[in-house]
Ligand binder design. Structure first.
Ligand code: ATP
Ligand code: MG
Length: 307
């Protein structure tokens, strides 16, 4: 199923979908950057999140996706690029991110100083969607250079560079995870330049949709136990009994993939779930939950009977 039909099925506002499609045909693209448009199928976020993203982007706003790890923030950014038909430039922010790494650096080519364009520069001239990954990892003074690009001015004007006016289709999508150690509180002036969309942790219904689509050939009831395992751990983490380390959708999905490959489920969860925490006490609590959900007797065939 194409992305558009998927969104309609999710109940996303059809007027917004139409306008996004119009955006895609209205802003033309250089052939040579077409391969920067991700090909993402729709993912499950619920219609409200989609409606928020679409209306904000259509209004020319930048959005900040904030939420716990593995809630699909990057996938959502990919999906938005696909839907709007825009090339993506991704910048992973870290403590050493500086304006040069964002905008560009001077290099010597044939005895001449040339600007090696950074991701934000490329995005600005091509009308790309710039994904600022883990934006709260960067030092605030490094991002101040982006302020004029992110507000109504829509320009990059830094001494030593030529002034760049952003292509009309340019948008920026920040992602942030407020749980990691090392994340910083975002500066108010920066947050003020984004509309913020909270991406919640998955609930049971969404989780079954995600897992069901990933593993259509699995035994639904047993797959439900893996969903249950994830949700039990999420609950324990919400109650403060364990940290968020073992609550990892990425880990669960990877673990089920290794089971499909033939690995014994208990070994798979030791890699995908228990192994994610390094605290002995926490490992024991996680182990207790696993014992109630994934019997030691299970083999790969229990989950994937057709294999
Ligand atoms: N809504 C969803 N629909 C489908 N798959 C999802 C969804 N949310 C998470 N996933 C699964 O979780 C994985 C993580 O997604 P993604 O990398 O986009 O998360 P993230 O929020 O950017 O995580 P992090 O904060 O750790 O960077 C994906 O590979 C996908 O398998
Ligand atoms: Mg991410």
């Amino acid at each position: 199923m194409g992305l558009i039909n998927f969104l309609k099925e999710q109940g996303v506002d059809e007027k917004l979908i139409k306008e996004a499609e119009y955006f895609k045909t209205y802003y033309k693209l250089d052939e040579k950057i077409k391969d920067r448009i991700p090909e993402a199928p729709g993912y499950f976020y619920g219609k409200n999140i989609w409606n928020m993203c679409l209306s904000a982007l259509l209004e020319g706003e930048n959005i900040l996706l904030s939420g716990p790890k593995a809630t699909g923030k990057n996938l959502l950014s990919d999906n938005l690029c696909t839907l709007f038909g825009r090339p993506q430039w991704n910048v992973s922010f870290h403590v050493n991110t500086d304006s040069a790494s964002l905008i560009g650096t001077d290099t010597f080519v044939d005895n001449e100083v040339k600007l090696r364009k950074g991701a934000v520069y490329e995005c600005a001239i091509h009308g790309g969607f710039g994904v600022f990954d883990e934006i709260n990892m960067a030092k605030n003074d490094a991002i101040v250079v982006l302020h004029s690009a992110l507000d109504y001015r829509k320009i990059i004007d830094i001494p030593g560079y030529e002034k760049i006016r952003l292509h009309e289709a340019t948008r920026f999508i920040g992602t942030m995870n407020y749980e990691y150690a090392g994340t910083k509180d975002l500066n108010e002036a920066l947050v003020s330049r984004f509309l913020v969309i909270d991406i919640p942790s998955v609930d049971k219904e969404k989780l079954m949709l995600i897992l069901g689509r990933e593993f259509p050939e699995s035994d639904v009831e047993k797959l439900g136990q893996f969903a249950g395992l994830f949700l039990d751990l999420q609950q324990k983490s919400d109650n403060g009994e364990i940290s968020t380390k073992a609550v990892d959708l990425r880990g669960i999905i990877a673990c089920i993939r290794t089971i499909r490959r033939g690995l014994k489920p208990r070994l798979a969860v030791s890699m995908g779930v228990t192994g994610k925490t390094f605290d002995q006490y926490e490992k024991e609590i996680v182990g207790d939950v696993i014992r109630t959900r994934v019997p030691d007797s299970w083999s790969s065939k229990d989950l994937f009977p057709g294999k």
